[in-house]
Design a protein around this ligand. Structure first.
Ligand SMILES: *[C@@H]1O[C@H](CO)[C@@H](O)[C@H](O)[C@H]1NC(C)=O
Ligand SMILES: *[C@@H]1O[C@H](CO)[C@@H](O)[C@H](O)[C@H]1NC(C)=O
Ligand SMILES: *[C@@H]1O[C@H](CO)[C@@H](O)[C@H](O)[C@H]1NC(C)=O
Ligand SMILES: *[C@@H]1O[C@H](CO)[C@@H](O)[C@H](O)[C@H]1NC(C)=O
Ligand SMILES: *[C@@H]1O[C@H](CO)[C@@H](O)[C@H](O)[C@H]1NC(C)=O
Length: 358
């Protein structure tokens, strides 16, 4: 990298991080200087495109309502993290790690990967995937490059501490692991409650690592209503359209342990703030407004994703679900707005923890 680029990064970081938030909001900057995203297909913006996996969405009709067409987003339009980035005032969406360059560290990087789980083995039956542990390693690499440019790990950490982080995992540890007994033994080894406890323990260690790298403002998404996604109803239902209790129980137990985890992190790390983003409640309340159809909008294959080049439903704002797993942009808009409101409390009261509910 040329000297000029390094100098440019250095100047931007000093300028952005040393001004007070209000000052640069007034100048048209975003409410936070940078936003880093960790997660699964609900947040992926193209990291799986070049991986050997069936968990990818860089083909039509994905992106049918998105400005840039199919990008690898698992949606007809914007994802929840796209909406959050827009509401925070970013001029561009946070770029995927796979196609990022070191200068993207200034405004943030999206490490999310479709199929990703808390556990490394999750989704491996689908092919390659970048689990949370690997996403953390990727972030560590980014951090080391930044420290090299700034010639100081301390300065790099100080900058990173001003960024927003969101983290969302767990869905795949159930629907692409625990509830797939043909590939995984987890449901034979553990009860749902034991498995959930293991997940939360591992999640805690992973979030602690994120903190140790310098993250100080961290929003953590709860699980959505997994028993009610068309994929669960098709695969585990009894032929009616009702939600699948066994799968729904996983979401409820996970979220029930996630809330006290977030509380504990706030107590353990008073120089950081963590917020529980109630994706479950936001999804449920959002689905009550104006939606008439709870089946998937596109025609799906057995993996729950849209069949390539299939013709999707016409009125996509009437659908809660885009494919059999992922919400439509219409629902994402609502969840994104509510999530942004929860995140704002994190940014406004940096050392005060709040649980936002719908
Ligand atoms: C998961 O894989 C990464 C390498 O990608 C490794 O560093 C990490 O220790 C693994 N985690 C567990 C819990 O085995
Ligand atoms: C699952 O259990 C079977 C029989 O106990 C064993 O042969 C297999 O290796 C296990 N698979 C995994 C992925 O642990
Ligand atoms: C299917 O399951 C749901 C909830 O799990 C239950 O309310 C419904 O009565 C069941 N329907 C049939 C036909 O068994
Ligand atoms: C929902 O969509 C499906 C498939 O597109 C269609 O068969 C069904 O009639 C729709 N239901 C309602 C209530 O619009
Ligand atoms: C599409 O669905 C929305 C929400 O149900 C409804 O308000 C709107 O009138 C529908 N548009 C068309 C063209 O049918």
């Amino acid at each position: 990298m040329g000297f000029e680029v390094k100098l440019w990064i250095f100047s931007i970081i000093i300028m952005v991080a040393s001004s007070r938030l209000e000052d640069y909001s007034a100048q048209g900057f975003a409410e936070v200087p940078c936003y880093f995203i960790f997660g699964d297909s609900l947040a992926d913006s193209g990291n799986n495109n070049l991986l050997q996996t069936t968990a990818k969405a860089n083909y039509k009709p994905y992106g049918i309502d998105f400005h840039f067409g199919p990008t690898g987003r698992f949606c007809n339009g914007r994802t929840v993290v796209d909406i959050i980035a827009e509401l925070l005032g970013f001029c561009e969406y946070i770029p995927p790690y796979a196609s990022s360059t070191i200068k993207d560290v200034i405004f943030g990087i999206n490490y999310a990967s479709g199929g990703a789980g808390i556990r490394n083995e999750t989704s491996q039956q689908l092919g390659e995937v970048i689990p949370f542990d690997k996403q953390l390693l990727n972030h560590r690499k980014t951090m080391l490059s930044l420290a090299k440019i700034l010639r100081s790990e301390a300065v790099a950490k100080w900058y990173i501490g001003k960024c927003l982080y969101t983290v969302g995992f767990g869905t795949n540890d159930y629907i692409q692991n625990y509830f797939v007994p043909d590939y995984y033994n987890t449901s034979k080894q553990y009860t749902l409650t034991q498995f959930t406890q293991l997940l939360i323990q591992q999640y805690k260690r992973q979030i602690q690592r994120l903190y140790s790298y310098g993250a100080r403002k961290i929003g953590i998404f709860s699980l959505g209503s997994l028993g009610c996604i068309p994929y669960a109803i098709i695969n585990y239902g009894n032929g009616s359209y009702s939600c699948v209790e066994m799968v729904e129980q996983a979401s409820l137990e996970f979220n029930k342990l996630l809330i006290p985890l977030v509380d504990q992190l706030n107590l353990d790390y008073p120089d950081a703030s963590f917020t529980y983003i109630d994706y479950y409640a936001f999804g449920a309340s959002g689905a009550q407004f104006g939606f008439t159809n709870f089946t998937s909008c596109c025609t799906v294959a057995s993996n729950g994703l849209c069949i390539p080049n299939s013709i999707p439903c016409k009125n996509r704002t009437a659908y809660v679900f885009w494919d059999a797993i992922h919400p439509s942009e219409a629902l994402n808009k609502y969840i994104g707005l509510k999530s942004y409101e929860a995140i704002k409390t994190l940014l406004e009261a940096p050392h005060h923890h709040q649980i936002a509910t719908a």
